[in-house]
Ligand binder design. Structure first.
Ligand code: 6SG
Length: 216
């Protein structure tokens, strides 16, 4: 396996879950940071299958599409269920997270100022679905009894939502405990505390804007 290389912009964005997953799996990887001025020259874009980043290399295998990369890591690191049925349910949950990711991205990039408050109001309707699956499985993971790539994707999207709205998990006890337990896994804790992680903004447009309270 590997060496793994990620080529991406200097944000967490579409690589947040991948990086957390690789860190938790004890996998090292190399980062190639693409600055936007170089990207607009177009050479790399023209070489990318869908004209977008991230680009992921595993030895000679070159992949695009963050969820395909997550699935590849799932296969490589035994994080894709114990059989075909678990794998199918993990796929389903990852696609559910993707739907939430797209709604979040639309709000962040297209309607932050006009749509953020309504987005936060509607959020329980979306989080409830994940809460129900998590509560029903009882292991602390979405499917099976160890983390799958769908758990890493959900975890990362929940971290981003907590930055948007720090109380958003207060009515979702299973998700709250999931985030606490994932955050406390030693390799995740070390990664989330690293400069490499902390220096990167969540999104490419500086949103969400964090307003500190008077004491903060
Ligand atoms: C942007 O959308 O960060 N890739 C993005 N943008 C450049 O020319 N379905 C796939 C996947 O899951 C989506 C890929 C994704 O992998 S990620 C891409 O390649 C293009 O289309 C979101 C993100 N945006 C911030 C950003 C960095 C560079 C361009 C957009 C910040 C804004 C402008 C410059 C720096 Fe910026």
């Amino acid at each position: 396996m590997g060496p793994y290389t990620i080529t991406y912009f200097g944000v967490r964005g579409r690589c947040g879950a991948l990086r957390i997953m690789m860190a938790d799996q004890g996998q090292e990887w190399k980062e190639i940071l693409m600055d936007f001025a170089d990207w607009t020259k177009g050479d790399l874009k023209a070489s990318c299958v869908f004209g977008q980043l991230p680009k992921f290399e595993d030895g000679g295998l070159v992949l695009y599409q963050s969820n395909a990369i997550l699935r590849h890591l799932g296969r490589n690191h035994d994080a894709y269920g114990k059989d075909g049925k678990e794998a199918a349910r993990i796929d389903m949950m990852c696609d559910g997270v993707e739907d939430l990711r797209l709604k979040y991205g639309k709000m962040i990039y297209q309607e932050y100022d006009t749509g953020k408050d309504q987005y936060i109001k509607d959020l329980p309707n979306h989080l409830d679905k994940f809460e129900a699956v998590m509560a029903k499985n009882k292991t602390g993971f979405l499917v099976g009894d160890k983390p799958s790539f769908a758990d890493y994707s959900l975890f990362e999207v929940l971290l981003n939502h907590l930055v948007l709205c720090s109380s958003c998990l207060d009515t979702s006890p299973s998700l709250k405990s999931f985030v606490e337990k994932m955050s406390a896994r030693p390799k995740i804790k070390a990664f989330l505390g690293s400069d490499a992680y902390k220096k990167l903004p969540i999104n490419g447009n500086g949103k969400p804007v964090i307003i500190l309270n008077k004491e903060g």
